[in-house]
Design a protein around this ligand. Structure first.
Ligand code: PRP
Length: 215
């Protein structure tokens, strides 16, 4: 079957798209029309036997787990939050950020435990719950899909659990980080079956990327 010769790569829309596409381009894994502003969801490079699919960030592990994409690039934070069973092949180093808990500066409480039983707004309820449960804290989780920082400002929650990259969003919204939960970078992931069936191509991709990253 012709499809068997193709590798489908899932790339996330958003901040990781550009560095991911640029990195793959360095080893010739690219396609005409593969750029950030494209509205096309599947972009094919027939001669290189590559297909790129551009998905919502949080959905990359889903496409890869089900084998709709053979491989993908996505943040460690999103992989763990998704709970999907995917094979993590390589730490790509970019997309550095960390997951943390923050509160409004003027409503800071002395100790972390003082927030027990309060509401946390987050896009990462699983990671947040794992963290607080490990501290022996029961919390109420309010799932939001973006602009998490708004939560405590409008009284929806007492705190947030969210990603910080430069710290600008926290600063501009008078929020202060009180505890770091996990560090994250972009990872190359693969579907477990694809990794076996398409081992030669996926493995040489890993080798080529590892060489570039070690420079
Ligand atoms: C992420 C995150 C923060 C912001 C942090 O949001 O949720 O809001 O980036 O970055 P900074 O520390 O550099 O300010 P994103 O821009 O991905 O959009 P979202 O709020 O819609 O999730």
């Amino acid at each position: 079957m012709e499809e068997k010769n193709f590798i489908t790569v899932a790339l996330p829309k958003g901040k990781l798209f550009k560095p991911s596409a640029e990195l793959l381009n360095q080893i010739g894994w690219t396609a005409e029309g593969l750029h950030e502003k494209s509205r096309k969801l599947i972009i094919t490079n027939e001669s290189a036997r590559l297909k790129f699919i551009i998905t919502k960030t949080a959905d990359v592990p889903t496409y890869v787990e089900y084998g709709a994409a053979d491989i993908g690039i996505i943040g460690k934070d999103v992989i763990v939050e998704s709970g999907k069973d995917v094979y993590e092949l390589l730490d790509l180093g970019f997309g550095k950020c960390h997951l943390m808990m923050a509160v409004p500066k003027d409503k800071k409480r002395p100790r972390l435990e003082d927030y027990a039983h309060t509401r946390v707004a987050t896009k990462f309820p699983r990671l947040a719950e794992n963290f607080f449960a490990a501290q022996g804290m029961q919390m109420e989780y309010i799932k939001l899909n973006g602009s998490i920082e708004l939560g405590p400002i409008v009284g929806l929650s007492e705190s947030i659990v969210d990603i910080v990259e430069t710290g600008t969003t926290l600063r501009e919204n008078n929020l202060e980080e009180i505890v770091t939960i996990m560090d994250s970078t972009a990872r190359l992931i693969a579907n477990r079956v694809s990794y076996k069936l398409k081992f030669a191509r996926i493995n040489s991709l890993v080798d080529d990327l590892a060489k570039i990253l070690s420079r």
